[in-house]
Write a protein that binds this ligand. Structure first.
Ligand SMILES: [Ca+2]
Length: 244
């Protein structure tokens, strides 16, 4: 896993008597591990995994402990899908406890955030399924105003679900042969219907297209619905290049 960009965040064992022990193990990510956070800071904790969001139920899950000045110091979670040029706020399943925080450092007016006192560790789930197919960067943002400080924000046991290494995609397409003695290419799968979830038949006597296939070599079986014979062909799917 790549080393995160930390801003002012610290990794280690928290020792502030007013702060938490780790949710599990010994170490956490925290704003300041030994005491209160400073005034007027904008700290970002970035994670760039270079992985693709694969499923609609993909999510970031973690445990959070926070104690901040309720309306003026806080933290939230953002995603960038344009290599860090812009960042979008991600809302946790249970929502942010403070709908309006304004630190004037990182956190602009009326921004939902984790702020106030969490009263212990809280389990947080951040849905990222809407970024399916994207390769997002992740960021915890922590901002404070010019006065009044508290122990801060602590993150532990972070997991991310539904990511996948990027892989190139190809398309299988070809003609449905009208000749009854030419089974290859007439149809794919059973009863002339391609069985891939993303496949479409544009014309029963025309072309078929199966999109979203990972590149590689596949054994493809062609079968006609009223005949017992079939043909198996090894077909290479190349990136964005129809193989046949
Ligand atoms: Ca403050």
């Amino acid at each position: 896993m790549p080393t995160p960009e930390t801003g002012g965040w610290e990794w280690g064992e928290p020792t502030d008597v007013d702060g938490p022990d780790a949710h599990s193990g010994t170490n956490v990510w925290g704003t300041v591990l030994t005491g209160d956070y400073p005034n007027s800071v904008c700290w970002t904790l970035d994670l760039d995994l270079d992985l693709v969001v694969q499923t609609p139920n993909a999510a970031v899950e973690c445990w959070l402990w926070y104690w901040t000045e309720q309306s003026f110091d806080g933290c939230h979670f953002k995603v960038s899908v344009d290599d860090g040029a812009t960042w979008e706020l991600v809302t946790p399943v249970e929502g942010y406890p403070q709908p309006s925080v304004f630190s004037n450092n990182c956190i602009g007016a009326n921004t939902p955030s984790w702020a106030g006192n969490s009263q212990g560790w809280r389990h947080v789930v951040l849905p990222i399924g809407e970024y399916q197919g994207e390769t997002p960067k992740f960021r915890f943002v922590f901002g404070t105003d010019g006065s009044v400080v508290y122990p801060g924000v602590f993150i532990d046991d972070l997991r991310i679900w539904g990511l996948h290494p990027p892989f190139p995609i190809g398309t299988l397409t070809g003609p449905f042969a009208p000749s009854p003695i030419t089974p290859a290419g007439e149809c794919r799968g059973r009863r002339g219907q391609p069985d891939h979830a993303d496949s479409t038949v544009t014309n029963a006597l025309g072309q078929y297209t199966i999109e979203g296939l990972r590149i590689g070599t596949y054994a493809v079986q062609f079968r006609r619905p009223t005949f017992c014979d079939s043909v198996v062909a090894n077909i290479a799917i190349t990136e964005n290049e129809p193989p046949i």
